[in-house]
Ligand binder design. Structure first.
Ligand code: SAM
Length: 241
């Protein structure tokens, strides 16, 4: 997969791209992340890319021509063009899974008061990472790049992604590591039993309990198996149909 990020702050991404799983995925050619300096497409000799809004008002707006020219240069028939914006549809794991199947993502980072509205005619989607306003689209671009890259086949262990919270709708079961006892805090006995059937049962039930306790709102979006539905009934959770 190729991810093109269009930004006036490509240097923000240096540490992000130079670490951990993202770095490994780049080295192994599982993803190619390209940083495009929007100022290189400025029509101004001082590389200015912003201007005052028509109709008046506070702040500066990012101009249309640099975005138009940059998109024209980097897009292909396989590109999915996404504008990061607090007005977009909320990003979630389902969207990350969907985007991880694309061949080419172009992420447009806004700044200041945002981007000239004509850019909306060039994009496929507008995505928000939450109902709050950030100063720029760089952190949202990193969040989407991170969430999508780890889902590309073989970037992380396949089972690990499959068992992650939200991947199948549920939150993940609680996990523990050594030491088994510390200052009176203990690891649940069943996890040390070596009995795989019991461990499987514990994980199944705990995953559902975690979701009921922490994010009951997620449950109505899950297509429940008979076994899941039965367990929810046993713990007196009523499912809205
Ligand atoms: C200060 S914001 C502009 C907000 C704009 N004036 C509005 O009211 O909708 C500047 C840029 O940050 C990015 N941004 C801010 N909040 C975001 C969010 N929740 N999700 C995605 N991008 C965001 C967008 O790229 C946006 O163009």
């Amino acid at each position: 997969m190729i991810i093109d990020i269009v930004t006036i702050f490509p240097e923000f991404f240096n540490d992000f791209l130079d670490n951990s799983i993202i770095k490994k995925a780049i080295i192994c050619n599982q993803v190619d992340i390209r940083l495009n300096q929007l100022r290189d497409y400025s029509h101004n000799k001082h590389k200015k890319i912003d201007d005052t809004p028509y109709g008046g008002g506070v702040g500066m707006l990012m101009a249309f021509p640099p975005f138009y020219d940059c998109i024209e240069k980097i897009k292909t028939p396989e590109s999915k063009i996404i504008m990061l914006s607090p007005q977009g549809k909320l990003f979630n794991q389902k969207k990350a899974i969907e985007l991880s199947k694309e061949k080419h993502l172009i992420l447009l980072c806004g700044h200041y008061e945002g981007i000239d509205a004509r850019v909306e005619e060039l994009i496929d989607e507008e995505i928000s990472i939450g109902d709050y306003v950030l100063t720029g689209g760089e952190i949202p671009a990193m969040i989407i790049t991170d969430a999508v890259t780890r889902l590309i086949p073989d970037v992380i262990h396949a089972n690990s992604a499959e068992e992650d919270s939200l991947q199948k709708g549920w939150l993940k079961f609680p996990q523990y590591t050594k030491p088994e006892k510390y200052k009176g805090y203990q690891v649940p006995e069943v996890l040390k039993s070596g009995n795989h059937q019991l461990i499987e049962k514990y994980r199944f039930e705990e995953s559902i309990k975690q979701t009921v306790l922490k994010r009951p709102d997620l449950i109505n979006q899950i297509e429940l198996t008979e076994k899941e539905e039965k367990f929810l009934r046993n713990i007196n959770f009523s499912v809205k149909k």
